[in-house]
Design a protein around this ligand. Structure first.
Ligand code: SF4
Ligand code: SF4
Length: 431
């Protein structure tokens, strides 16, 4: 943590930026929420998840949690939430999808930085979002160049823990170094909350996440068994709301949604018709309110049947395999869980992502793949070629769509997504 934080009052440019955010900052979130709600067959029990997104992005409230619990902002799914809960805080995932914050961050970062990081920097520049401003600590894993520079920039302004992620994860020495990072992270958490990591607190936190993961596995199994039961835009809203929800509350909300979906499945009431093309979305993170791709797919007559993104199910699904019931054993299990099954392309060898995508294609009877690249996100862009070759072998159509955080490309994207869905409907295998 940096002890000499350089926090200064806002200058006039920042005041203007804040005024700009106050005028326009919530419009995109409200529009996306309206479009989600307008999609047909929205389950009633989806409402609490949308209300969470509304409270954070439209009413600009802080994350709801028990009184006195501080929040820790995390910038990647590789930060184990169990450690944060165990040490008396609540994790909030702050990777951002805000177009207005992107516009502000764009003025202070290099042109080719990715929009996700620009949007985070934009929020940091202005004092407009309690969920960002109120964090007692930021935790930034160094996964790509943009995150590395973000970490250094944040460190000068806020208490920030930087976690070094190994480029490989199959070698013992790499994993050993990540375990060391988690020990250091735990010390930093203790400085912030005053609560040490103990066997009991970590075991309790692991049980809390296991309850949530059980509900998530129920949800995933339901979707695998009935790929038409729920739209992907709804599913992605559920997973995005997790970023800002006290975990036991999210678990209960998901349990209610699972009950409703099970009832619908019994009555054979599906969200969409059998003949709607089933699409898999993969690539750079899709973070609310940047929901233009999921909403385009579903408003153009496709079904977003599954996603392979870290803001989707992949970000929370894998439970830690705890063999050694000690703090050290649990930290090792968390370190393994955070990295080994992770299909993020920031790792040097990422063959497992192709296996994972093949598995999703089979499980969800996928007919086409949309590969989402945020402009400037090289790590994901690098892997497109490999995926394209694999899809060629499987005879599955795939397109690469590159986007930024603005609405200017929506019409162009609409034409491409519509053509892709038509291609699948009428039996082509290449875009
Ligand atoms: S894309 Fe990779 S580096 Fe970025 S948040 Fe997701 S898992 Fe972390
Ligand atoms: S992985 Fe891509 S989207 Fe995520 S921070 Fe790095 S460049 Fe940006």
């Amino acid at each position: 943590m940096n002890e000499n934080l350089n926090i200064t009052p806002m200058n006039s440019a920042q005041v203007r930026q804040q005024e700009r955010f106050d005028r326009k900052g919530t419009a995109v979130a409200e529009k996306m929420l309206r479009q989600i709600r307008e999609l047909s067959h929205m389950p009633e029990t989806l409402n609490p998840f949308l209300e969470t997104l509304e409270s954070i992005f439209s009413r600009r409230e802080d994350a709801l949690r028990p009184a006195g619990v501080p929040t820790v902002g995390t910038y990647c799914v590789m930060v184990p939430p169990e450690m944060i809960y165990a040490q008396g805080a609540m994790p909030v995932k702050l990777c951002s999808g805000s177009y207005t914050a992107f516009g502000i961050g764009n003025d202070i970062s290099p042109r080719d930085a990715c929009p996700l990081v620009k949007a985070v920097m934009g929020f940091e520049e202005i004092d407009a979002m309690p969920v960002y401003q109120n964090c007692s600590l930021m935790a930034v894993p160094v996964t790509c160049d943009c995150k590395k520079k973000l970490a250094g920039w944040l460190q000068k302004r806020r208490p920030t823990a930087v976690l070094h992620i190994p480029a490989n994860r199959d070698q013992d020495e790499d994993m050993e170094s990540f375990v060391g990072e988690l020990y250091r992270f735990s010390e930093t958490l203790e400085q912030v909350t005053g609560i040490p990591l103990t066997y009991k607190s970590l075991a309790d936190a692991c049980c809390m996440t296991a309850d949530a993961q059980y509900q998530l596995s129920r949800f995933i199994n339901l979707r695998r068994k009935h790929p038409l039961i729920i739209r992907g835009s709804f599913s992605m809203s559920v997973m995005n709301a997790l970023s800002y929800t006290w975990l036991p509350d999210w678990t209960k909300q998901l349990s209610d949604l699972n009950d409703e979906l099970e009832n619908l499945a019994k009555q054979k009431e599906m969200a969409v018709k059998e003949n709607q093309p089933r699409i898999l979305l993969t690539g750079s993170p899709v973070i609310f309110p940047n929901f233009k791709i999921p909403l385009l797919i579903e408003s153009m007559g496709g079904l977003l049947a599954a996603d392979e993104t870290c803001m989707g199910e992949r970000g929370f699904y894998d439970p830690p395999a705890i063999v050694d019931r000690t703090v050290d054993g649990m930290l090792r299990a968390l370190s393994n869980r955070a990295t080994r099954p992770c299909t993020c392309p920031t790792f040097a060898d990422n063959q497992r992502r192709i296996y994972r995508i093949r598995q999703l294609i089979k499980d969800y009877r996928i007919q086409g793949v949309i590969y989402h690249v945020l402009r400037g996100c090289l790590v994901y862009d690098y892997e497109y070629r490999q995926l394209e070759e694999e899809m060629d072998r499987l005879g599955i159509p795939v397109i690469r769509v590159e986007t930024d955080y603005n609405e200017e490309d929506v019409e162009q994207l609409r034409i491409r997504v519509e053509a892709f869905i038509e291609l699948i409907k009428y039996g082509g295998n290449r875009s």
